[in-house]
Design a protein around this ligand. Structure first.
Ligand SMILES: Nc1ncnc2c1ncn2[C@@H]1O[C@H](COP(=O)(O)OP(=O)(O)OP(=O)(O)O)[C@@H](O)[C@H]1O
Ligand SMILES: [Mg+2]
Length: 139
């Protein structure tokens, strides 16, 4: 998905750090759907960083945690205010202007990951960035 986005103009100003564990176990999932989830995460990170004046850094990390595979997306964007944390996975919840966001991305991502018995966690401090952590059971 990164190779696919590299052609987008707004991707040019973003530093991407790839930190991939080369020895991950397999997961049971659909690869097209996983790509869709990764695209949702990356586009959200880009949107969140675009409005900030500091360094735009997206770190993507994969690692194993006991019997789970985790894929982490950490950005230096605007972060998520505490009062929104419980709402962002709702369908049609968006803080973006209506010509930019529909509020469907994270609800789609949640449904896909949930169907493969995984989960999405998140850590964020408003003004400092956000980290989304996707977990999937190792096959
Ligand atoms: N990485 C992030 N940093 C800060 N806020 C985020 C991030 N990811 C999601 N959000 C917040 O969660 C909201 C919902 O995200 P979601 O992807 O579901 O919809 P959206 O991006 O607004 O619209 P779209 O349907 O185009 O994806 C966003 O509007 C934004 O407020
Ligand atoms: Mg989105």
């Amino acid at each position: 998905m990164l190779n696919f986005l590299i052609y987008q103009h707004r991707f040019q100003s973003i530093i991407v750090i790839r930190n991939y564990d080369p020895a991950l176990p397999n997961v049971f999932a659909n690869d097209g759907e996983l790509r869709q989830v990764f695209l949702i995460m990356i586009l959200n990170a880009i949107d969140a960083m675009e409005k900030m004046e500091r360094e735009k850094r997206l770190e993507i990390r994969t690692y194993q945690n006991v019997n789970e595979v985790r894929i982490e997306f950490k950005d230096t964007g605007c972060g998520i205010p505490a009062e929104y944390i419980n709402k962002i996975f709702d369908q049609f919840f968006t803080t973006k202007p209506s010509d930019k966001g529909t509020g469907l991305g994270l609800s789609i991502a949640y449904n896909i990951i949930n169907r493969f018995r995984g989960g999405i966690d998140l850590e964020s401090r408003e003004g400092y960035g956000a980290t989304f952590i996707i977990s999937l059971p190792a096959a």
